[in-house]
Design a protein around this ligand. Structure first.
Ligand code: ADP
Ligand code: ZN
Ligand code: MG
Length: 481
């Protein structure tokens, strides 16, 4: 079989977290009782008129600017016609040939430091459909389906990429980092589980070296990046099998079942002419004042990629540190505050590692906890000065999480300071005397047994012994070196 390469382009729907809907004054209301946020506009009563939400336009512009898109001086809305019970007008107001944001580019950083560049075809504004719930959770064959119009009319930005992606893992990486960027912009909650960020992947394969595009299938709406990645893998494998057997891939929408790993076909895909797009006669074009666009451009926050490069290049963090710490803007702010007061690499290690691990057990994020960035810096300082050992510092941290006290005070009040050398030497001597067999093994060159002594010393001092000092003292006492 000749070698094939996958070609993937993605379409991402992002619900904007504005206060009100795209074309009416109803409030967005995730989680409220069904059909409590509706009005004649979003219920499609006859004779009503839509009015564009300016904040949604502002957020679409922010997204376009962050993705380096050309901003259209004058874009228009179109009606996309289709019938479905979640769409009371029988058309969705969307954009067609003149989207608000045109060509752009997104750069992501792979773990090995290489760059992934993905062309952005467009980003346009539209409205979300209402939410259908099918009895038994199945779309086909459900005895009844109910509709909640609260979601109907929620502002959406649809971002479409060029078919520039070549592997499922690059798709996941791209989406994760795009999500970070959107979170930094503060335009959306970007929750895959709650559906405020949804991604469809278009997948095809072609012989390696070919420049033509193969027939694509569209993998719908997975609610996690991991499942999407696996779904694309499964779809690529399915297409390779078809081609290997001498068949042809047909253009269709497919669904991946995470539990079974199976791909099922949903329907043959509509072509855009099936939607009978035509210009929305009830809305004027969006023609943002160029001065406003420039103001928004100038006000963009520092975005994750340049920030990560700076963390690695100037602050001595690893690529992985930088990726984890830029997951959320709140975490970035938290880390930066600590890193301004103590060694950035040590702060990164403590925040990423022990702090998050301990906080996960109580279900809080660092910036919501009693541990301030200054506390983290203070702890790093105490370690650096040898005032506390690593195990004791973990205990101090636990106490600060519980009480919010100052780390130095906790060390004092709990007696967690590192032991002085003389006291430690005495304890080491006792342990050696109590364990002559292990001491002999060490003399005989079985160096691994040193771990036993460190463990005993830790137990005997409640973690206040510095492991390195214990090792040195044991060696000195046993072997005289
Ligand atoms: P459609 O008309 O089906 O909506 P588009 O040309 O508008 O198709 O592209 C939709 C998405 O599919 C884009 O993200 C694009 O990059 C991607 N795409 C288009 N053709 C292919 C292909 N042959 N293989 C993989 N992805 C593709
Ligand atoms: Zn409404
Ligand atoms: Mg299209």
């Amino acid at each position: 079989m000749s070698a094939h390469e996958p070609v993937i382009g993605v379409e991402i729907h992002v619900q904007l977290s504005t206060r009100t809907k795209m074309f009416c004054g109803c409030e967005l209301s995730f989680g409220d009782p069904p059909n409590t946020h509706t009005c004649p506009v979003c219920l499609a009563h006859p004779g009503v008129l839509p009015v564009v939400n300016e904040e949604a336009v502002r957020r679409a512009l922010l997204i376009g600017l962050a993705l380096g898109c050309e901003i259209a001086p004058r874009s228009i809305f179109h009606r996309k016609n289709y019938f479905y019970p979640d769409l009371p007008k029988a058309y969705q107001i969307s954009q067609f040939d003149i989207p608000i944001c045109g060509r752009g580019e997104f750069r992501a950083l792979r773990e090995d430091g290489s760059e992934l560049v993905v062309g952005i075809t467009r980003a346009h504004l539209e409205e979300d459909a209402a939410k259908l719930t099918h009895a038994g959770g199945r779309r086909a064959g459900a005895a009844e389906s109910v509709v909640d119009f609260n979601r109907g009319g929620t502002p959406l930005v649809e971002i479409v990429t060029e078919p520039d992606l070549r592997s499922p893992s690059d798709v996941a990486l791209f989406l994760r980092q795009l999500r970070q960027t959107l979170l930094f912009l503060g335009v959306s909650d970007c929750s895959m589980e709650e559906g405020s960020m949804r991604a469809d992947a278009n997948v095809s394969i072609r012989p390696v070296g070919s420049q033509e595009l193969g027939t694509k299938t569209e993998l719908k709406n997975m609610n996690s990046f991991r499942f999407l990645e696996r779904g694309i893998e499964a779809e690529i494998a399915r297409q390779e099998e078809i081609v290997a057997a001498g068949g042809r891939v047909s253009q269709e929408t497919v669904h991946y079942e995470p539990d079974t790993g199976h791909i099922t076909s949903l329907r043959s895909k509509e072509e855009s002419h099936d939607y009978r797009y035509f210009p929305e006669p009830d809305l004027v074009p969006i023609a943002p004042d160029p001065a406003w666009v420039e103001e928004l451009r100038a006000g963009l926050p520092e975005l994750p990629l340049p920030l990560r490069m700076r963390m690695v290049g100037e602050m001595g963090l690893s690529a992985e540190d930088a990726e984890v710490l830029t997951e959320r803007p709140e975490l970035v702010a938290y880390f930066m505050e600590a890193a301004a007061l103590a060694d950035p690499k040590a702060c990164a290690n403590w925040i990423r590692g022990e702090l998050r691990a301990q906080l996960r057990e109580v279900g809080v994020e660092p910036w919501q906890s009693k541990v301030t960035p200054a506390h983290v810096a203070a702890l790093v300082g105490l370690l650096d000065a040898g005032t506390v050992t690593v195990p004791a510092a973990k205990e101090v941290l636990a106490e600060v999480i519980a009480s919010g006290g100052d780390p130095a005070d906790v060390v004092e009040s709990k007696g967690l300071g590192a032991m002085d050398e003389g006291d430690l030497a005495a304890i080491v001597a006792e342990i050696i005397a109590a364990n002559p067999d292990q001491a002999q093994q060490l003399r005989d060159g079985k160096d691994k047994v040193i771990g036993f002594f460190v463990g005993q010393a830790m137990k005997g001092t409640g973690g206040r012994a510095d492991p390195q000092s214990v090792q040195r003292l044991v060696r000195e006492a046993v072997r005289g070196d």
